[in-house]
Design a protein around this ligand. Structure first.
Ligand code: SF4
Length: 580
C-alpha cells in the first residue's frame, strides 16, 4: 500500500443539510497530522443544492397528481382533501400555504419552482432579515415540496425531504442493494448524475474517502462510492461510523466490487495506517472474504479532540450559520438496552477537555459561526458544568443531555442560559422508573425529579425538547398512563417532543437478551437488518397505538409553535427567532 498523497474526504447524502457534520473534518485533521493534503467535500449539501437548482427539464416528467402528492406530503395535508379543495373554491386545508394554491391548481410548474427558489434564497440571506420560526418552517416545507417533486420525476417510488430519503430500494436488503448499485441504474445513480455530475465542486479528487457518519447514509454512501468510481474513475475507499454495525451482521464480499476498498471500523482505529501507507488490519480490498474482528489491543488510537465542522456553515441550507461540534468519542453512558449507540461501548470513552471546548467556541465567531449544535449523544456532566462556568456568550448553542442527579442544582440552568445555551434535548423515554431500570437507563429515574429539572431549565429560558419511547418491553397500561400524566403535568416546560415506539435493534442489549425480556424475534428477513419484528408485551401494534395517543396529547405544543414543526427539532433557532 502506498501513502495516500492528496485525498478528498466526502460527506455522502442524505443528512439534514442545515449544518455540516464533523466526522469528515476529523479525518481531515488526522490527515494533516500525517502530512497528507486533504480536502473536505460535502456532497450532502452539494446534492441538495444541485437538486434544488436543477434545470426544470426533469419536472416535465411530472404529472399534476404527482405534484399535488409532493405538496401534500411536504405540508402535512391529506392529498385527497387537497385535490378536492383545488377542484372547488373551498379553502385549502389548515397548514397549507395559500401561495402554493394557484401554481398547484393551474399546474404552473415554473411558478411553483420560483416559490421554492425564493425560500432557498431566504435561507441564503436574501431579504436581509432573520425569518420568524414559523416562516423558517414554512420555507423548509416549501423546499421539501420541490425536493419531493424532483425525486418523483426521477423515480416515482422515491421520497426526499431535507431530513429523509426513501425509495423502493430497501437499504437493508443487501442482495437487492448490491445488485441495484452494481448495475449503475439505481435511483441514487440517477440523482447523482442529475445533481452532481456537472458540479464544479468535484474538481481534482485524488484518492477519495467516503465517510459515513449515520445509519441513514449507508445506502447513499455505498451508492456514492460506486458512482464516484464508475463515473469519475476515482479511487474510492468507504469508511465511517455505523458501517461496522451493519457489516458485522453479514459481510458480502460483493460490496468490494463496487469500490476499491472498505476501511472497517471508525477511521481513528486504523485510519492512520491507511494514510501513511502501512499495512492496515482493518482495510478490506477485493478478494477479502470475511469481516475483520475488532480487538482493542490492536487499535491505533488517535487522541480524540474537540471536533468542529469548520468553515462549512455558510454553504449549508438554513438561515443561521450553525457549526456542528462533537466533543466525545461516544455516549459516556453507553448502557441503555434499547440503544444502538450503546454498541459503541467497545470504543474507548474519550472527550475533549472543558478548556478545549471553550477555546473552540470562542474561535467560532471569527469564522462566521454564531450558533453551535453539539452532536454528542449526551454531553457529559463535567462539560455541562464547565460550560455553565463560562462567562462569555458569543455563540448560542444546543445540546443533548441525559437526566443526571447532579442537574438538580437550581442555579445550573440559569448559568447555562447565560453561557449561550438555548435548547436542551433530553432522553426522557418513559415516566416509569421500573421500565427505565430494566432498560439500564441510569441517571435520574424519578419522574418528579425529571420534571423539576425540565422546569428549572424552562424557567431559565432554555427550550426543552424530549425524546419519548412507548412500548418498552413489559410496559403496562399503568406505566403508559404514568407517562401520559407526566406530560399533562409538565407540558408547559416542554417546547418539542419526538415520540417513538420501542424497536428491537440488532446488537442492542434487548436483542442480545430477548428471552429475559419475553421477546420472540422473527427470523431475519434480509441480509442486513435495522430492526427486528418481534412478538412481546406490549405488542408492536400496541406500542404504535401509544405513540399515536401520546402524540395527540402533545398537540398543545403545536398550537404554541404556530406551525407544523412542533414534533420536530430546529429548536436551536426558536429562541433566536422569538426575538424577531
Ligand atoms: S439512550 Fe442515550 S444515554 Fe442511553 S446509551 Fe443511548 S445515547 Fe447513551
Amino acid at each position: 500500500m502506498t501513502p495516500a498523497g492528496h485525498i478528498t474526504i466526502v460527506e455522502p447524502p442524505f443528512l439534514e443539510p442545515s449544518l455540516a457534520r464533523p466526522d469528515a473534518w476529523h479525518v481531515a485533521a488526522m490527515a494533516s497530522q500525517c502530512g497528507v493534503s486533504a480536502r473536505v467535500l460535502d456532497l450532502n449539501v452539494a446534492l441538495y443544492r444541485g437538486l434544488l437548482t436543477e434545470e426544470q427539464e426533469t419536472l416535465r416528467r411530472l404529472d399534476r397528481d404527482d405534484l399535488i402528492e409532493s405538496c401534500a406530503s411536504a405540508f402535512f395535508v391529506d392529498p385527497q382533501a387537497l385535490r378536492e379543495c383545488l377542484a372547488s373554491q373551498a379553502p385549502v386545508p389548515p397548514g397549507f400555504p395559500p401561495s402554493v394554491r394557484l401554481p398547484l391548481a393551474e399546474f404552473d410548474v415554473p411558478r411553483f419552482v420560483k416559490l421554492a427558489r425564493e425560500a432557498l434564497a431566504r435561507f441564503d440571506g436574501a431579504g436581509g432579515r432573520m425569518p420568524s420560526h414559523a416562516e423558517y418552517v414554512r420555507d423548509q416545507e416549501t423546499i421539501n415540496a420541490l425536493l419531493e417533486a424532483r425525486v418523483r420525476a426521477h423515480d416515482p417510488s422515491a421520497h426526499l425531504s431535507l431530513s429523509r430519503f426513501s425509495s423502493a430500494l430497501n437499504p437493508w436488503d443487501a442482495e437487492q442493494v448490491l445488485a441495484a448499485i452494481g448495475s449503475g441504474g439505481s435511483v441514487l445513480d440517477r440523482l447523482y448524475d442529475a445533481a452532481l455530475r456537472r458540479s464544479a465542486e468535484l474538481g481534482e479528487l485524488g484518492r477519495v474517502l467516503v465517510v459515513i457518519s449515520q445509519e441513514a447514509q449507508l445506502l447513499p454512501g455505498i451508492a456514492l462510492a460506486s458512482w464516484l468510481r464508475r463515473t469519475l474513475g476515482a479511487q474510492v475507499t468507504l469508511t465511517g461510523d455505523h458501517l461496522d454495525i451493519v457489516l458485522q451482521q453479514r459481510f458480502f464480499p460483493e460490496l468490494l466490487e463496487l469500490m476499491d476498498d472498505v476501511l472497517a471500523y471508525r477511521f481513528e482505529y486504523g485510519g492512520r495506517a491507511w494514510l501513511i501507507g502501512d499495512p492496515d488490519p482493518f482495510l478490506l480490498s477485493q478478494g477479502a472474504k470475511r469481516w475483520p474482528e475488532f480487538d482493542c489491543r490492536e487499535k491505533t488510537l488517535e487522541p480524540e479532540r474537540c471536533i468542529v465542522a469548520d468553515g462549512e456553515a455558510r454553504r449549508c441550507l438554513g438561515p443561521l450559520p450553525v457549526a456542528a461540534m462533537r466533543v466525545t468519542g461516544r455516549c459516556y453512558w453507553s448502557r441503555c438496552g434499547f440503544c444502538l449507540a450503546a454498541t459503541a461501548a467497545r470504543y474507548a470513552p474519550r472527550r475533549a477537555s472543558v478548556d478545549q471546548v471553550v477555546a473552540r467556541l470562542d474561535a467560532l465567531p471569527g469564522r462566521g459561526c454564531t450558533h453551535v449544535q453539539f452532536l454528542d449523544y449526551a454531553l457529559p456532566p463535567v462539560l455541562v458544568r464547565g460550560l455553565a462556568g463560562r462567562t462569555r456568550c458569543d455563540v448560542r448553542w444546543a445540546a443533548q443531555l441525559r437526566f443526571e442527579k447532579s442537574y438538580s442544582d437550581p442555579d445550573l440552568f440559569r448559568r447555562l442560559h447565560q453561557a449561550g445555551c438555548t435548547q436542551l434535548s433530553w432522553g426522557f423515554e418513559t415516566a416509569s422508573p421500573r421500565l427505565l431500570a430494566s432498560a439500564n437507563k441510569g441517571g435520574e429515574l424519578r419522574p418528579h425529579e425529571k420534571g423539576r429539572i425540565l422546569r428549572m431549565s424552562a424557567e431559565a429560558g432554555i427550550a426543552n425538547h424530549v425524546f419519548v419511547m412507548t412500548g418498552l418491553p413489559g410496559e403496562t397500561d399503568d406505566d403508559f398512563q404514568q407517562t401520559m400524566r407526566f406530560f399533562e403535568q409538565y407540558v408547559d416546560c416542554i417546547d418539542g417532543a419526538e415520540v417513538y415506539a420501542f424497536q428491537l435493534r440488532p446488537g442492542t442489549g434487548y436483542h442480545r437478551n430477548v428471552r429475559a425480556f419475553g421477546l420472540a424475534p422473527e427470523p431475519p428477513q434480509w441480509g442486513w437488518q435495522s430492526r427486528v419484528p418481534y412478538a412481546g408485551t406490549p405488542t408492536m401494534e400496541e406500542s404504535e397505538e401509544r405513540v399515536r395517543i401520546l402524540t395527540e396529547a402533545l398537540r398543545p405544543l403545536a398550537a404554541a409553535s404556530g406551525c407544523n414543526d412542533f414534533l420536530e427539532g430546529h429548536l436551536v433557532l426558536r429562541e433566536e427567532m422569538r426575538t424577531q
